[in-house]
Design a protein around this ligand. Structure first.
Ligand SMILES: *Cc1c(COP(=O)(O)O)cnc(C)c1O
Length: 382
């Protein structure tokens, strides 16, 4: 670039109070970190098999059930390995024979590669859509497809999809129903959904839950639990760390199979309780909608910027992908970074002149507005 990033200094009054706009790991609320520090002596560094930690895990499970309005028989299951680890666990413990994947970006593609490589599963059916849009599931007989793998929000492209897919209804009834599993890693806590449409809603808490990585949380319907138990007695080989039957047993006792990151668990609980105190999932989602609405609205008004996702229905309320014209997005991100506004870089593999701006609930809508003013300030000077 012609000018060095640090030669443009954004005035303090324009800057957001908090400059973290990354899509994951994402902004952790300072209040949550303080709450963690307050538990430095009686929680951190204590046994995850004792009541101190187990009571926090218990509160986390209860908070998740309340936040997402889970009905009778649903279970909140936890384990180590993040969402990527959960894909492997699902391949061993949740998918019977063959999955239909909807792929429309990096993360959904990665999961389809997992089931394609699993020697005990049949080759998946993969439905794709061009980046910037999403495919729609196609109902198949349950003897053909026993799992539909959806992604609530494709973090790499900024595309969100509705989980209500009425055409799948008939496949989800009967003795051997097909299941719907949803990668909600960047959507959980930031987008509303109806548990009636889903059997397994899983995520890691370093995105919309403003915590840290390493953990997976899976909200499992009675049908998903039944599937896990059926595969468990089928005799299929499962590594213990990827065995969801073991994870369910441990979760019921407010534990994990092996040692979890205690800080991640407490930070996740802090966010979940903050959301509940604020008014629940709809309230949290409204914060994301306010921030992303500001960013998209601003981009639509500028000659040099436009939302990458043209279909309004598919445009993510939590991860805004904004294309730039006539100004380098990489230069923009570099100047922002030099001014302590970080992680706005676009997703590399998408290969566009783009910024990616998170609008998770923990981000203040005023800060999203301030970010747009900062970008205007930079464009005038680049
Ligand atoms: C970040 C992300 C993942 C991977 O999460 P890890 O916890 O790093 O394994 C998977 N899916 C989606 C949609 C994501 O955004």
């Amino acid at each position: 670039m012609a000018v060095s990033p640090s030669s443009i200094s954004i005035p303090a009054e324009l800057r957001p109070a908090d400059g973290r706009f990354g899509s994951g790991p994402s902004k952790v609320r300072p209040e949550a970190v303080k709450a963690l520090a307050a538990r430095a002596l009686d929680y951190m560094g204590t046994s995850h098999r004792r009541s101190g930690v187990r009571s926090v895990v218990g509160r986390l499970r209860a908070a998740m059930a309340e936040l997402f309005g889970l009905g009778d028989g649903w279970e909140v299951v936890l384990g180590n390995g993040g969402s990527t680890g959960f894909w492997d666990a699902a391949a061993f413990s949740l998918i019977e024979r063959r999955t239909q994947h909807l792929t429309f970006g990096e993360f959904s593609e990665k999961f389809s590669a997992v089931t394609a490589a699993a020697p005990h599963l049949e080759d998946p059916v993969v439905l794709t859509a061009p980046y910037g849009s999403h495919p729609v599931p196609e109902p198949a007989d349950h003897t053909e497809i026993d799992m539909y793998a959806l992604t609530h929000n494709e973090t790499s492209t900024g595309v969100a999809m509705p989980l209500s897919q009425p055409q799948l209804g008939p496949t989800r009834r009967g003795d051997a129903p097909a299941l719907v599993m949803v990668d909600a890693t960047s959507a959980a806590g930031a987008m509303t959904w109806d548990p009636a449409d889903v059997d397994c809603y899983y995520f890691a808490p370093q995105k919309a839950f403003a915590a840290d990585g390493g953990l997976w949380i899976a909200l499992c319907s009675p049908a998903a639990i039944e599937r896990i138990e059926r595969i468990d007695v089928s005799g299929r080989y499962k590594p213990a760390t990827l065995d969801l039957a073991i994870a369910v047993t441990n979760s019921r006792q407010d534990q994990t199979y092996n040692t979890p990151a205690l800080a991640t668990i407490l930070l996740t609980l802090e966010t979940a309780e903050w959301m509940l105190d604020g008014g629940g999932l709809a309230w949290a989602a409204s914060r994301s909608a306010a921030s992303s609405g500001t960013v998209y609205g601003w981009a639509a008004e500028r000659d040099f910027a436009s939302p990458f996702v043209s279909d309004l229905e598919m445009r993510s309320p939590v991860v805004c992908t904004i294309d730039f014209d006539g100004v380098s997005a990489d230069d923009m991100a570099a100047v922002l970074r030099a001014n302590d506004i970080v992680d706005t870089e676009g997703y590399r593999k998408l290969g566009r002149n783009q910024l990616r701006i998170a609008a998770f609930p923990a981000i203040e809508p005023d800060d999203a507005e301030a970010l747009t003013a900062c970008i205007d300030y930079i464009v005038e000077r680049l």
